[in-house]
Write a protein that binds this ligand. Structure first.
Ligand code: NAG
Ligand code: NAG
Ligand code: NAG
Length: 233
C-alpha cells in the first residue's frame, strides 16, 4: 500500500504546484492588465519631465514665474528706446495730444467734454507715413523683427550661462529693434523683457550632475511698446 500511494502523492504534489503556478500567473497577468495604465503614465510623465524640465511648471512655480515676469516688465525697470536717427525712419508723423492739454480738462465738465471730443478727434488723425519694408510703425515707436543667436544668456537671478551652439545648428530667439520716432512726445517706447527656454552648458557637470547640458529660462529683449507712463526721450 505504501508502495502504491507514494507515486500518486508525488503526482498530486506536481499537480498542486502546476495549478498554483497557473493561478499565480493568471493573477499576475490580471494585476498587470488592471494596473498597467497608471504605472506607465507616471513613468511617461517622469521621463518627459526629466527630458524637458523647464517646459512644465506646477501652479505654484507658475505663480512665482508670473511674479518675476511682471516685475521685469514694470515700466520702472524698462529703458526708454533711443530716438531714431536713421533718415529712413524719420518720416514718422505720429502725434499724440499732449499730457498738459489733458490735465487742463479737469477744470470744468464742459471743457473736459470738449477736450475729450477734441482728443478723440485728434486720435483719429494720428497717422504715420510708412514706407513699404520691414519697419513697423506703432504710436511713437518704430520696430522691426529679427532673430538673435547669443552665446551667453542671463537668467532672472542674474546667473550667466553659456548657450549650447553648434557649428551647423544654433538656437535662435525672436527679438525686435526698438526706436522712438523723432519729435513724438505722446509716450515712451521701450522693449519688454522676455524669457526664453534655452539649452545651456551645465555648470554642475560632471561633479554634481551626469548631464553636460541643462535648460534654463534666459532673459532677452522682447517686443517694442509705447508706454503711457514712460517719459518720451
Ligand atoms: C518721406 O516722405 C516723403 C513724402 O511722403 C517722401 O517723398 C520721402 O521720400 C520720404 N523720405 C524717406 C526717407 O523715406
Ligand atoms: C557672460 O560671460 C561671458 C564670458 O565670460 C562674458 O563675455 C559676458 O559678457 C557675460 N555676460 C553677462 C551678461 O555678464
Ligand atoms: C570638480 O571637482 C574637482 C575635484 O574635486 C575640482 O578640481 C573641480 O574644480 C570641480 N569642478 C567644478 C566645475 O566644480
Amino acid at each position: 500500500m505504501g508502495d502504491n500511494s507514494s507515486p500518486s502523492r508525488f503526482w498530486m504534489v506536481v499537480a498542486f504546484f502546476f495549478i498554483s503556478a497557473s493561478l499565480a500567473l493568471v493573477g499576475f497577468i490580471i494585476y498587470v492588465k488592471v494596473f498597467e495604465k497608471p504605472i506607465s503614465r507616471s513613468i511617461r510623465e517622469a521621463e518627459v519631465l526629466n527630458r524637458y524640465p523647464l517646459m512644465f511648471r506646477t501652479p505654484e512655480e507658475q505663480a512665482i514665474f508670473e511674479k518675476q515676469f511682471y516685475a521685469e516688465n514694470s515700466a520702472f525697470n524698462l529703458e526708454t528706446a533711443e530716438i531714431a536717427t536713421d533718415t529712413q525712419l524719420q518720416n514718422c508723423s505720429f502725434s499724440c495730444p499732449s499730457r498738459r492739454r489733458r490735465s487742463l480738462a479737469t477744470y470744468h465738465p464742459l471743457v473736459e467734454w470738449i477736450n475729450h471730443y477734441k482728443g478723440l478727434h485728434e486720435m483719429k488723425k494720428r497717422d504715420v507715413t510708412t514706407q513699404p519694408g520691414p519697419n513697423i510703425y506703432h504710436g511713437c515707436c518704430i520696430s522691426r523683427h529679427y532673430f538673435v543667436s547669443p552665446d551667453f544668456g542671463s537668467t532672472i537671478s542674474g546667473t550667466n550661462y553659456s548657450l549650447v551652439q553648434f557649428d551647423s545648428r544654433r538656437q535662435y530667439f525672436p527679438s525686435q529693434i526698438c526706436k522712438h520716432a523723432e519729435n513724438c512726445r505722446g509716450c515712451g517706447c521701450a522693449q519688454e523683457i522676455n524669457f526664453f527656454t534655452a539649452i545651456v552648458v551645465n555648470p554642475n557637470y560632471p561633479n554634481d550632475s551626469y548631464d553636460p547640458y541643462t535648460m534654463v529660462a534666459i532673459k532677452l529683449p522682447g517686443c517694442c511698446k509705447c508706454f503711457n507712463n514712460l517719459p518720451a526721450p
